[in-house]
Design a protein around this ligand. Structure first.
Ligand code: NAD
Ligand code: UDP
Ligand code: UDP
Length: 317
């Protein structure tokens, strides 16, 4: 029989990069974890080490279809996050964000679960306010190649707040800024994984545009800590709250740093800048500091070293 202290937690997108780290962390915290994933951009490899844990369960399922399970908390992470993956089938990306959110909110409503949404800094688009506070409404192209993701995530936020207003759901919305670390998909096209894989293979490092565009890179362990703390805040606190590292770097600097840390013989080649690529991005994390007592601890170089170690091991296999 179930013990009353047990938290039954659903993690959608649980076999992806962030989801697998979250499942691991929740198991460590004593939860019963149900991982739901359709393996579009995630992989069984990411969670294979959890499969023989009796508190871990996996369901292959697409969140755009209804899901009937009994849980106490839901972490909704299902959605491809890399531009290459989310632009591969843009209609499915919007469906995942919007229909997926509706289904998970409907589930939360039925079972009275608390529900977390993995939103994104992309809701700010190509921002004209810098750094970006949660009060900024953003600068988003509604009809461009990134829109399936950006607008899908914006609509998901709308749904979360409407379910809160209409049905009094307990919601938690985090706007996640670029996060990196072990278990990123080696071919998913995101900048940190691309550069590390290219550097380790001594292939050209593909910098898009002039490389002056900036991003702020958060190590995965820091981000997971932020998500867990957000979920534990009092019900009155819903977010949206930015989660990310304030260390902001030009993409060209990242390329050079990775070449240095890997000791690679690779050199940088410039490629065309993709459409609507945001020029600068840095989270204002004052709200997270105040409400969650949270801030990232892992410096870029330390996080990159850990990520490089991971890719060096997996690429050898
Ligand atoms: P990821 O692609 O590694 O993980 C997403 C997971 O969702 C994958 O396992 C994928 O198979 C699964 N998925 C996709 N569509 C699905 C569907 N319809 N039904 C069920 N599962 C589905 O990406 P990630 O970096 O781990 O991102 C996780 C979440 O965090 C995403 O919602 C993403 O938008 C958000 N996020 C991530 C970042 C980041 O930098 N990593 C930044 C902002 C927001
Ligand atoms: N839903 C689900 N699991 C549940 C309850 C609901 O997947 O346990 C889905 C259901 O298919 C519905 C959606 O969530 O389409 C929204 O549910 P809600 O109750 O808010 O709306 P309604 O059922 O009235 O459309
Ligand atoms: N980028 C790059 N080379 C790559 C992959 C990405 O220069 O091989 C750039 C990309 O144009 C963007 C930044 O790195 O300016 C971050 O890209 P990513 O896809 O990781 O995330 P997002 O653009 O969604 O923040």
């Amino acid at each position: 029989m179930r013990q009353f202290s047990e938290r039954r937690v659903l993690v959608t997108g649980g076999s992806g990069f962030l989801g697998s780290h979250l499942c691991e962390r929740l198991l460590r915290d004593g939860c019963d974890v149900l991982c739901v994933d359709n393996f579009f951009s995630g992989s069984k490899e990411n969670i294979i080490h959890l499969m023989d844990n009796p508190h871990f369960e996996l369901i292959r399922h697409d969140v755009t279809f209804p899901l009937y399970v009994e849980v106490d908390e839901i972490f909704n992470l299902a959605c491809p996050a890399s531009p290459v993956h989310y632009q591969f089938d843009p209609v499915q990306t919007t469906k995942t964000s919007v229909h997926g959110a509706i289904n998970m909110l409907g589930l939360a409503k039925r079972v009275k679960a608390k529900i977390f949404q993995a939103s994104t800094s992309e809701v700010y688009g190509d921002p004209q306010v810098h750094p970006q506070p949660e009060s900024y409404w953003g600068h988003v192209n509604p009809i461009g190649p990134r829109s399936c993701y950006d607008e899908g995530k914006r609509c998901a936020e709308t749904l979360f707040f409407d379910y809160r207003r209409q049905h009094n759901l307990r919601i938690k919305v985090a706007r996640i800024f670029n996060t990196y670390g072990p278990r990123m998909h080696p071919n998913d096209g995101r900048v940190v994984s691309n550069f590390i894989v290219q550097a380790l293979r001594n292939q050209s490092i593909t910098v898009y545009g002039s490389g002056t565009q900036t991003r702020s890179f958060c190590y995965v362990d820091d981000l997971i800590e932020g998500i867990v703390r957000l979920m534990d805040t009092p019900d009155a606190f819903t977010g949206p709250v930015n989660l990310g590292n304030i260390g902001e770097y030009p993409v060209l600097y990242l390329a050079e740093k990775i070449i240095e840390l890997t000791g690679s013989r690779a050199s940088v080649v410039l490629k065309p800048l993709p459409a609507d690529d945001p020029q600068q991005r840095q989270p204002d994390i004052a709200l997270a500091r105040a409400q969650l007592g949270w801030e990232p601890r892992v410096a870029l170089e330390e996080g990159l070293r850990k990520t490089i170690d991971y890719f060096a091991r997996t690429l050898q296999r």
